[in-house]
Design a binder for this molecule. Structure first.
Ligand code: OAD
Length: 230
């Protein structure tokens, strides 16, 4: 590779990841060929109104996604990120793949497939099995997937942690995101404004002007090479 990165020369690294990070593990992306939103309508499966109309259908979709993600394994790129001591992950992904690879510091902007939340009392429940153990809260109301659906507000505490991590980093590596969904789409600009060196890894780069270096390629191939010692 043109120029490898020595992680020890950076104080703090933020890996900002999107669906493309999990693509080589077999988890489909949202947009483009084979993308989830090409087969499933957002209005029917990924908004509060859909859940209110037909909770069983929406829960069934999410259970199906849980099963398919459990059949996938983190790849070498996830492992490269997981072993760096000075790295944080800010991810738009809900699949938990970074944690399965061993990353400890993961900020999940869009929630998690592996948590449920009560719409009434706010109770949150971790649930890691293929099928939901229960979708009823002790308070009597339904539990819904703890995911940011279209029209939902992002969690203010999570947003603040993510922004702080990005403001503090001196290396920002964006991987596998189309950069179309806000407010996450503003993070490369925040990193640049805060003085970080910004890299994008994507087989189809976003074209955003914030990046100092754009590497055209797949996460699972580029990351091990970029962070190798030779
Ligand atoms: P997208 O599906 O919009 O974009 C996936 C990106 O990954 C594209 O830019 C691809 O070129 C790139 N890509 C594909 N294979 C790759 C590989 N092997 N290595 C690296 N990059 C690869 O996914 P996101 O940008 O993550 O939100 O989408 C953002 C949000 O939109 C998601 O979090 C989700 C979705 O609607 C919610 O559900 C709230």
């Amino acid at each position: 590779m043109e120029q490898n990165i020595n992680p020890a020369t950076y104080r703090e690294i933020v890996f900002f990841t999107g669906a493309g990070m999990s693509a080589e593990s077999g988890v489909p992306t949202y947009r483009g060929k084979g993308g989830i939103w090409g087969s499933y309508s957002i209005d029917e499966y990924a908004c509060q109104e859909a859940f209110d109309r037909n909770p069983e259908k929406v829960l069934g979709f999410h259970e199906k996604r849980r099963k398919s993600v459990l059949d996938c394994q983190p790849h070498e790129g996830h492992s490269v990120v997981a072993v760096l001591p000075n790295a944080k992950v800010v991810t738009q992904n809900i699949d938990g793949m970074h944690q399965r690879a061993g990353s400890k510091d993961v900020i999940e902007l869009h929630g998690s497939l592996w948590r449920l939340r009560c719409q009434s009392c706010g109770f949150r429940k971790e649930d890691l099995a293929e099928s939901y153990e229960t979708t009823r809260c002790d308070c009597g109301d339904r539990l819904r997937p703890d995911i940011i659906w279209f029209g939902d507000m992002l969690d203010a505490v999570v947003m603040s942690k993510a922004s702080q991590a990005i403001r503090n980093c001196d290396l920002f590596v964006s991987i596998g995101t189309s950069g179309t969904v806000w407010p996450a789409a503003g993070f490369p600009d925040l990193a640049k404004q805060s003085g970080a060196y910004c890299i994008e890894i994507n087989p189809e780069p976003s074209g955003a002007s914030e990046y100092d270096r754009v590497i055209v390629g797949n996460a699972g191939e580029v990351l091990p090479e970029l962070f190798s010692e030779s």
